[in-house]
Ligand binder design. Structure first.
Ligand SMILES: Cc1cc2nc3c(=O)[nH]c(=O)nc-3n(C[C@H](O)[C@H](O)[C@H](O)COP(=O)(O)OP(=O)(O)OC[C@H]3O[C@@H](n4cnc5c(N)ncnc54)[C@H](O)[C@@H]3O)c2cc1C
Length: 404
């Protein structure tokens, strides 16, 4: 320990805590990073399991995002491999998306499909009205705040009731914001879409997300002490200022003085160790109203053969499924993540409400039905390595609240 304590204590070695500690260490600030688990990285880590490198949560990064920026800032080179292609699977057919104009292409295809259906059934053709919808999207992106009073689903119903278009928008919405189109104000969705880079700049670390965390840890070790297996029990606060923390280390309870604390364990857990009395009533009210942890089921499948996309380095979005949305055949891009001759597929199942606690057994069953339907070879060549429900009160939900 530094003789007079530390300038800053960072609690939690998730990628957020690692980033804070790295930037402080770069400035020469005496920092202590404390992690309650044995392994660094939290939901941005990797575990070894039967020779596979399995993610604990995040696996995809954005090239234009802040993690590649952080690595550059720290002068670190960690191999990151692009996932250049994007497919949509709709009604058992796969469609490769162009670099630009993905939504236009999907809508044009649906326009045609609906027209053909109309001809066959002799019905009145239900047009998707692609150009009207695209204009509506462009206008709303420019002024998202005007659409606060209704949900994304209601907003979309102005243009179409085509069920596939609704499923596509819901899929975009739940993968970007972590809530469904019937749960999210349209303004939230368009705010987010106006600022994000979409899904065309994705990267995967071939040795798992932990390779990024370990590179950061290695770089900061000379300046920053890192304690694992140490749970912080209390943040000490005097007259509104953090003065230190109490931590369990090697069976002992230690009091560590410091000048500032950065807690990256989420607002709810932070309040528990800092004391409610140290936060304003307004802040506590905001948390009560705005924190919406998103439930999900983390799915990792091993197989003797690729189960989809014929080995292409791509991400696939499935439309019209019960629970699974994005499907990433990780080993198509990074064979290093599985033992030789084996394949690893990663997907996340999302329940029909992102606001309520989910029935974990039921959600797993729904994910299983999707898996059997989407990957016809699963029962012959595949097996589930992990199917892990992360409910809204789990310490590691998909996100602690909606994005954006
Ligand atoms: C299934 C799943 C898939 C995801 N996919 C993606 C994706 O593809 N791309 C993406 O960008 N994001 C994805 N995410 C989200 C992403 O994982 C998280 O946003 C991110 O990793 C959160 O990092 P964090 O540092 O904020 O928190 P966390 O990773 O939760 O880190 C908090 C750390 O604090 C530690 N801790 C807790 N309490 C204490 C204590 N008292 N004392 C000391 N330490 C403590 C915990 O052990 C943990 O290591 C996914 C998440 C999940 C669950």
């Amino acid at each position: 320990m530094a003789p007079n304590g530390y300038d800053v204590v960072v609690i939690g070695s998730g990628i957020g805590g690692m980033a804070a500690a790295s930037l402080l260490a770069k400035k020469g600030v005496r920092t202590l990073l404390v992690e309650s688990k044995e392994r660094l990285g939290g939901r941005f880590s990797t575990i070894n399991y039967e020779g596979f490198k399995l993610p604990t949560g995040a696996q995809l990064l954005h090239e234009q995002g802040w993690i590649p920026w952080l690595l550059k800032e720290m002068g670190l080179k960690v191999e990151l491999r692009p996932v250049p292609r994007l497919f949509y699977r709709i009604r058992d057919q796969e469609y490769e998306m162009p670099e630009k104009g993905r939504l236009r292409m999907l809508l044009n295809f649906l326009d045609k499909a609906e027209a053909d259906r109309g001809k066959i059934a002799g019905n009145i053709v239900k047009e998707v009205a692609a150009s009207m919808l695209l204009n509506g999207i462009a206008q709303t992106m420019a002024k998202p705040e005007t659409e606060r009073s209704w949900t994304l689903r209601d907003w979309l119903l102005q243009y179409t009731d085509n069920e596939i278009v609704h499923e596509i928008m819901d899929q975009l919405c739940s993968s970007a914001i972590m809530g469904h189109s019937w749960e999210i104000p349209a303004s939230e969705f368009f705010f987010f879409m106006a600022r994000s880079g979409g899904q065309r700049d994705l990267l995967i670390a071939p040795y798992g997300s932990i390779s990024i965390v370990e590179a950061l840890a290695g770089a900061i070790k000379p300046v920053c002490d890192i304690w694992t297996n140490c749970a912080v029990r209390q943040i000490m606060i005097k007259q509104g200022k953090a003065t230190g923390m109490i931590v369990e280390k090697d069976g002992k309870t230690l009091e560590i003085p410091c000048r500032a604390v950065i807690s990256n364990i989420g607002p709810t857990a932070t309040i528990q160790i800092a004391g409610k009395e140290n936060f304003t009533a307004d802040y506590l009210k905001q948390l009560r109203m705005k924190l919406r942890p998103s439930p999900c089921v983390l799915i990792l499948i091993a197989s003797d053969r690729p189960l989809c996309l014929d080995g292409k380095t791509a991400l696939m979005i499935t439309i019209g499924t019960r629970r699974i949305g994005a499907v990433v055949p990780l080993t198509n891009t990074c064979p290093e993540l599985a033992p030789p001759g084996q394949h690893l597929l990663y997907s996340v199942g999302e329940p029909k409400s992102c606001l309520l606690p989910m029935d974990e057994e039921y959600e797993k069953q729904q994910c299983m039905l999707d898996i059997k339907e989407q990957f016809p070879d699963f029962e012959k060549y595949g097996r589930i390595l992990k199917m892990e429900p992360r409910n809204i009160d789990h310490e590691w939900p998909e996100e602690r609240t909606w994005n954006g």
